[in-house]
Each structure stands twice: as structure tokens, then as C-alpha cells.
Design a protein around this ligand. Structure first.
Ligand SMILES: *Cc1c(COP(=O)(O)O)cnc(C)c1O
Length: 361
């Protein structure tokens, strides 16, 4: 007899899907759990989306997302042929895993503590992976990652830089060590948070045929709701991504998303203002949390990763939640005592600190 799940392809039961942070329907909550930007997108982006909505939605969008590629190319001073655009960077990452990391008998290398979607894609595509523990100070262990024995077995390597959820940045010199240690494999650098004080590896793309850098408009451009991300690499890598995309969905970026994303890249002043505001608040929040006794890892992102030596993280999470403040907690070895706190407005962060002060007594 068939059961309800026997209709599934067998692999579906084996998947371990990513669980996004809660998106509650209640408005009054202080939502510091999914690393969204607390500020709205550029008014020019909103105007461009409205104009696109009044435009020709009966027509398919441009399959090459040229508007976005041109705007990103201009901003970064690179060629449009070095850019691949997708429906959020998660989709760009998924296509990159399919395009570059499926090599029989080899494993994808990544740090043990990193963006948890990476192992989810490995499960989806049947890619084995091997994890390299972060050092005790939560820094990425470049020595272990570049161990020749590990490189010899590698299908590729992926790092988030700055890393998530630690927030810690790897210097560009270390990214170059990876690029040189893995000349035969793609080195994927996920720079979702780079605009909050990090240094991008995009400048290295012309020198390294194995480098793919992935960006998102969800964090520093305040467009999580629009779903746009992109990859930068030499044209042979971009072509690999396009082959996968055109075997999956030819039109991943719709007309509204294209218009809004391009306009967001053109509004450099707004971008500078909002990212500086987030970085300022982050540095103030770090000081306030330290004053409450938290250990806060040095963050180059729009979140902080912090633990309190005297208080259990799950308890703090529940106490905050009871007061309407949402933060993120990962029930994983090594990081189960940390809270990941997204940077909100100064008012939201003040509220967080006040509630924490009450809980800590
Ligand atoms: C948020 C995030 C993404 C996903 O971004 P989207 O473009 O919204 O899909 C990818 N990588 C990391 C490390 C992230 O934190």
C-alpha cells in the first residue's frame, strides 16, 4: 500500500531543508532575527519598481537581466560579461553548486561554522562535503583549508566572507592563499555582508580564473523582498552558470526586480548613507552588549554574534521573545551559546539592550 510520502522521489525524504528565521505576522515585534536591513530601499528603486509595474508585465522579462548586469558592471568597474544574475543569491549559489561542485569522488570543502544553506545544497545535489573546524577564536583556519591532502580530494571550496554567523572577516590575502592552493577548483566567496566594512574579492577576478564571488541585494541594498543576487567571475564561469540557469528557469529575474535592482545600484549616495548608519549602530550595540558582560565577536556585517558567560543563550532567546524582540539562535555544536543579533535602527537596538538588561538583572 502506498503511504503519502511514497509518492515522493526517494531523495525528497532524505533532504534536510534550510529553516529560515521566523517572519511573524505581528507588526510590533522588534525583528532582529534574519539580517534584513532596518532601513527601506532607495526611493529611486521603489520608483523604478512602480514604473516597471505600470509597464509591460504581459511580456517576459529580459532573460539576461542586462539592466542589472550593466548597473552592477558600472558600479564595480567590470565587464557585464563577468556577471551572472539570479533570483536571490541563494539561487545563484544553487546554480554554482550544480555547475562547479559535482565531481565524482570529490568533496566540497567548507568551514564547520558557516552559512547553513551550503550543506542543504550538497544534500539536494548529492555533493559530499568535508568541513574544516574554525579555530578556537572562531577564525577560519586557512592552514587546514589549504592542506594539500585536502585540496587533492576537493571538488571545490566555499567560504562566506565575512563569515556567517560569526561576522568575522578573512583578509583578502587569505582569499588569495585559497585561490593559489586550489588552482584546479572553483573557489566560491559568498560576500553577502561585504558592504558592512569588508573588502571584496571582486578586484581579484581578472587574475584568478577559479574565483567566483557572489553578492546579494538583500542585505546592504535593503531588497530582501525583491530577490536579486549575482555572481562575478571570468566569462567561462559565467557561461557555466548560464547553462545551468537555462536548463532550469530562463527568466529568474522579473521585470520589477530588474528595474529595482538596477536603480538601487545607481543610487550610490543612498547606499552609502544606509550602510554607514548600520555600521555605526553595530559598533554602538557592540559596546552596549560588552557593558552587559557579553563577549561579542568582531563583526564586519549587519549582525553581531554574542554570548554571555553567565546566561544560557536559549534562555536569553526566550526572554527576549517574551518581550517581543526576535533574535536568532542556532542549536548547533560550538555555537549553541551564541545569539545572532541583526543590526536594527538605533531605537530597536536600544530596546534590545533594555530588555537584556532586565533579563540579566
Ligand atoms: C542572506 C545570505 C544569503 C542569501 O541571500 P539572498 O540573496 O536573499 O538569497 C546568501 N549567503 C549568505 C551568507 C547570507 O547571509
Amino acid at each position: 500500500m502506498s503511504t503519502k510520502t511514497s509518492y515522493w522521489s526517494p531523495i525528497v525524504g532524505e533532504l534536510d531543508p534550510y529553516v529560515p528565521g521566523e517572519q511573524p505576522k505581528i507588526d510590533r515585534l522588534v525583528k532582529l532575527n534574519t539580517n534584513e536591513n532596518p532601513y527601506p530601499p532607495s526611493p529611486k528603486a521603489i520608483a523604478a519598481i512602480q514604473a516597471a509595474a505600470a509597464g509591460r508585465l504581459e511580456l517576459y522579462p529580459d532573460p539576461d537581466a542586462s539592466l542589472v548586469r550593466d548597473a552592477v558592471a558600472k558600479y564595480h568597474g567590470i565587464g557585464a560579461e563577468q556577471i551572472f544574475v539570479g533570483n536571490g543569491s541563494d539561487e545563484v549559489l544553487a546554480h554554482a553548486f550544480f555547475a562547479f561542485f559535482q565531481h565524482a569522488g570529490r568533496s566540497l570543502v567548507m568551514p564547520d561554522i558557516t552559512y547553513s544553506f551550503y550543506t542543504v545544497y550538497c544534500g539536494l545535489y548529492g555533493i559530499p562535503y568535508s568541513v574544516v573546524p574554525l579555530r578556537d577564536d572562531m577564525q577560519v583556519d586557512i592552514g587546514a583549508l589549504t592542506d594539500p591532502a585536502r585540496v587533492a580530494q576537493a571538488a571545490g571550496i566555499i567560504v562566506a566572507n565575512p563569515n556567517a554567523p560569526t561576522g568575522i572577516e578573512l583578509p583578502l590575502a587569505d582569499i588569495e592563499r585559497l585561490l593559489q592552493a586550489y588552482p584546479e577548483q572553483v573557489v566560491l566567496v559568498d560576500e553577502a555582508y561585504v558592504d558592512f566594512g569588508g573588502t571584496s574579492a571582486i578586484g581579484l577576478v581578472s587574475r584568478y580564473p577559479n574565483l567566483l564571488v557572489v553578492h546579494t541585494l538583500s542585505k546592504s541594498r535593503s531588497l530582501a523582498g525583491l530577490r536579486v543576487g549575482f555572481a562575478v567571475g571570468q566569462p567561462h564561469l559565467i557561461e557555466g552558470l548560464e547553462r545551468v540557469k537555462n536548463s532550469f528557469n530562463s527568466y529568474p529575474v522579473d521585470r520589477l526586480a530588474s528595474a529595482g535592482a538596477a536603480a538601487a545600484y545607481e543610487d550610490v549616495d543612498y547606499f552609502e548613507q544606509s550602510r554607514q548608519a548600520v555600521m555605526r549602530t553595530r559598533d554602538e550595540l557592540t559596546v552596549s552588549l560588552q557593558a552587559l558582560g557579553f563577549e561579542v565577536l568582531p563583526s564586519k556585517t549587519n549582525f553581531v554574534f554574542a554570548r554571555h558567560p553567565g546566561h544560557d543563550a536559549a534562555g536569553l532567546l526566550a526572554g527576549l521573545r517574551a518581550e517581543g524582540v526576535l533574535v536568532r539562535h542556532f542549536k548547533k555544536p560550538r555555537i549553541s551559546q551564541y545569539l545572532r543579533i541583526s543590526i536594527g535602527t538605533p531605537e530597536q537596538c536600544t530596546r534590545l539592550v533594555d530588555v537584556l538588561r532586565g533579563i540579566l538583572g
